[in-house]
Design a protein around this ligand. Structure first.
Ligand code: SAJ
Length: 433
């Protein structure tokens, strides 16, 4: 690949990260082939449509597909740069599963040629890029592989984690800084030249293992800090304090910045990635492991408190506000709000009314529970109990006049003006339950 010509790019995995990445690279003028195992996903993208929701992604994909810059396939083809963005789940013992990364590596190895750059973006345990390199070396003994040859290697292999926030993916893909970890410094420089084509943020080069760890550390840092906030919220319940008031006051200290308690930590990143560190260094990670436990426990605490409130008012209709894993998105994966609501729906059936403006219909687990979906206006008119589980803007803006008579359990702290006595009553109920 000459530095002045635009490389042909193959993005392996067209999910929440791969598809926006493929589209942004195509927008920069590269010819992009997106690879996915799902024929449905491939067909959808080739029609210029998308199978995931993300702000402005539909228009971007439609544009690059219609200009012939992005196409999708289930079959890999030769390219100059390969970007691997496949899932790295964990098993029931929290051991990371890198089989999708290795499967992608096998596909790439089949078409790899001298001069190509292979970049892993999937969140991965430390050492995964080395394993990918070893696999490529095994499958392609004809190529000189970085770190294993004394000569100039034929290909470059690097790790460059994504760090975009769902709901702001396109903006953050372009503007966030990137860590680029090469198997060798030369590999890092080759990957850097590629990212410079579409990233405006600063691209900082390092080694592959440090870049892998950096990604895990970022999400573990956030998990630990959310756990601190969630633990405080449970302490405050025990002591009859308003946690939001305490955090607001503490955060006026110039060096204190406590995050926001909620019903637990959802999504596919922050609740997963810390385990990759724990798995790699079990003896050295009591804090990270405990933080995970605190955030998971917060969900049980919320369920107990909500159940106590609903049981104490047997005539009241209940509205659960939100199912998404966080505010203003339609992503319901690993959502504590969804889990809490489904527990309440199974227990209280038709008393439970669910408000989720981002869901066209209720997820499958609500079938046959008797729970129904209503909109926020109906909830405010008909339900006496409101349980806030997601801080969607549409809930945040409900004025006090429309909820001052309600029994409110606000797990997100979106209504600081709600009469305090009601919130404390809910807390006391849970503690005596
Ligand atoms: N949450 C709280 N309180 C807070 C902040 C978040 O309860 O103060 C909850 C949210 O409601 C949600 C969960 O934590 O359930 C995670 O939300 P998030 O907004 O913190 O993060 P994600 O999962 O959407 O995206 C994270 C981001 N990582 C960091 O901010 C360090 C993102 O930059 C990563 O790219 C992404 O993980 C990823 O793909 O790894």
């Amino acid at each position: 690949m000459k530095s002045d010509t635009k490389p042909d790019v193959c993005v392996v995995g067209l999910g929440y990260i791969g598809l926006p990445t493929a589209a942004v690279i195509a927008r920069a003028g590269c010819q992009v082939l997106g690879l996915d195992v799902s024929q449905t996903v491939v067909d959808t993208i080739n029609r210029g449509e998308i199978h995931i929701e993300e702000v402005d992604l539909d228009g971007l994909v439609q544009g690059v597909v219609s200009r012939g810059l992005l196409s999708a396939s289930t079959e890999i083809a030769p390219a100059d740069v390969f970007v691997i963005a496949v899932p790295t789940p964990f098993d029931k013992n929290h051991a990371p599963d890198i089989s999708y990364v290795l499967a992608a590596g096998r596909s790439v190895a089949a078409v790899l040629k001298a001069g190509d750059v292979v970049i892993l973006e999937s969140t991965s345990p430390v050492g995964t890029t080395d394993k990918l390199r070893d696999l490529i070396a095994e499958l392609r003994p004809d190529l000189k592989i970085p770190g294993l040859t004394r000569d100039t290697p034929d290909v470059s292999i690097a790790y460059c984690p994504e760090r975009v926030l769902p709901g702001r993916i396109l903006e953050e893909l372009t503007n966030n800084d990137r860590s680029i970890g090469g198997i060798t410094p030369r590999c890092a420089r080759k990957a850097l030249a590629f990212y410079k084509r579409f990233v405006r943020g600063e691209c900082v080069t390092t080694d592959a293992r440090s870049a892998e760890m950096t990604k895990l550390v970022e999400n573990a840092y956030r998990d630990v800090n959310i756990a601190f906030a969630n633990e405080l919220s449970m302490v405050a319940d025990r002591m009859g304090l308003d946690v939001w008031e305490v955090i607001r006051l503490a955060n006026r200290h110039p060096r204190v910045n406590i995050l926001t308690p909620g019903p637990g930590v959802g999504g596919h990143c922050i609740a997963v990635d810390p385990w990759f560190i724990v798995h790699g260094a079990p003896e050295e990670t009591p804090l990270i492991r405990t933080a995970r436990g605190v955030n998971d426990h917060k969900m049980s605490h919320v369920i107990a408190k909500a159940e106590a409130l609903v049981e104490a008012h047997p005539e009241a209709k209940v509205a659960c506000l939100g199912l998404a894993f966080k505010a203003n998105i339609d992503d319901f994966r690993e959502s504590p709000a969804r889990f809490v609501t489904s527990r309440l729906a199974r227990k209280f059936g038709s008393r439970i009314h669910i408000v989720e403006p981002y869901a066209a219909q209720l997820p499958i687990e609500f079938t046959d529970t008797g729970a129904v979906q209503i909109d926020i206006d109906d909830a405010l008119e008909t339900c006496e109990i409101l349980i806030v589980l997601v801080d969607h803007d549409v809930f945040r803006v409900v004025p006090l006049a429309e909820r001052s008579e309600k029994l409110v359990y606000d797990t997100r702290g979106i209504w600081p003006d709600q009469p305090r006595v009601v919130r404390e009553a809910a807390a006391r109920l849970a503690l005596t339950a």
